[in-house]
Design a protein around this ligand. Structure first.
Ligand SMILES: *[C@@H]1O[C@H](CO)[C@@H](O)[C@H](O)[C@H]1NC(C)=O
Ligand SMILES: *[C@@H]1O[C@H](CO)[C@@H](O)[C@H](O)[C@H]1NC(C)=O
Ligand SMILES: *[C@@H]1O[C@H](CO)[C@@H](O)[C@H](O)[C@H]1NC(C)=O
Ligand SMILES: *[C@@H]1O[C@H](CO)[C@@H](O)[C@H](O)[C@H]1NC(C)=O
Length: 249
């Protein structure tokens, strides 16, 4: 899509220029500067397309595109004629692939295979009419792919990982809430059991005391006194624990 848009802009600019200046003027105009990224050892297409109006109607005309690479100095790489003849000056050990059949349609793109470090620089494809007349040119900056896709992958990774992280966090939160609730209910159960245990104790005391015969009534009165106290005490504690449990919640 990015490519498509670039080409669309390219065609637009070419049309604009060709309408402005007419055909085949030696204006040597820069039409487009694009950045192309490539990973080392990968194959990369260096696009170079000229609108047919720039090529003229004469299919036998001496029109050709010259590819140069500029790093510290300018190196001529190859020439592709409108008729599809290719002449190499530097073929990078056979790593440059051309598409001569496409040149008559204005496509002078080249493919650089197994990109090396020294390939990364500025390229120019220049359309010539005859020997001296430069009609137009385009520049392509071949840049090593350091981040874009890797970054995208990282983002994807982060997004996926983040999703998993959020899920894990959610699970942890749910787990924590459940645990605190469990603890709270445990405390309540514990408090209740304590309460009940005391009650049981009191009941057994009551039973025990009721089993005694002689001072039954007196003992009962006596026994009922601390029982009530302990009951109040037990209730207080239960409430305190329950309040505490609710507070931590
Ligand atoms: C190409 O990259 C250079 C920096 O390396 C930047 O300044 C320029 O704007 C880029 N051009 C395009 C067309 O993306
Ligand atoms: C030019 O030719 C190359 C190689 O076949 C192709 O990948 C590219 O899409 C062509 N460009 C246009 C604008 O047709
Ligand atoms: C510049 O590019 C040419 C042509 O590909 C290459 O032979 C040369 O080694 C490069 N020089 C540097 C310094 O990268
Ligand atoms: C190209 O231009 C140079 C001067 O820049 C001139 O001497 C030469 O004769 C021209 N060649 C052709 C084929 O027009």
């Amino acid at each position: 899509m990015f490519y498509g848009m670039k080409h669309w802009i390219l065609w637009l600019s070419i049309c604009h220029i060709s309408y402005m200046s007419g055909e085949m003027l030696c204006s040597s105009e820069l039409l487009i500067h694009s950045n192309i990224t490539a990973e080392l050892q990968s194959d990369v297409l260096l696009p170079c397309n000229f609108h047919p109006t720039l090529l003229g109607s004469d299919k036998t005309a001496d029109i050709a595109v010259v590819w140069t690479q500029k790093n510290t100095t300018t190196h001529s790489l190859l020439e592709i004629s409108l008729q599809g003849d290719v002449r190499f000056w530097d073929y990078k050990g056979g790593r440059i692939k051309t598409f001569p059949k496409l040149s008559e349609s204005g496509n002078f793109s080249i493919l650089v295979q197994k990109v090396q470090l020294y390939d990364l620089s500025l390229y120019r494809c220049e359309l010539f009419n005859g020997f001296n007349c430069s009609i137009a040119y385009q520049e392509i900056h071949l840049i090593r792919q350091t981040g874009v896709n890797i970054l995208e992958e990282k983002w994807l990774f982060i997004a996926v990982g983040g999703g998993a992280g959020v899920l894990a966090l959610l699970a942890a939160v749910v787990c924590f809430v459940k645990r605190t609730r469990f603890n709270a209910s445990n405390e309540r159960i514990y408090a209740n059991s304590r309460f009940e245990r005391r009650n049981d104790k009191q009941h057994s005391e009551e039973k025990h005391s009721s089993n005694q015969h002689a001072p039954k009534a007196k003992m009962k009165v006596h026994a009922s006194k601390p029982r009530n106290h302990s009951n109040i005490y037990a209730n207080n504690q239960v409430e305190a624990v329950e309040i505490y449990a609710n507070q931590t919640h």
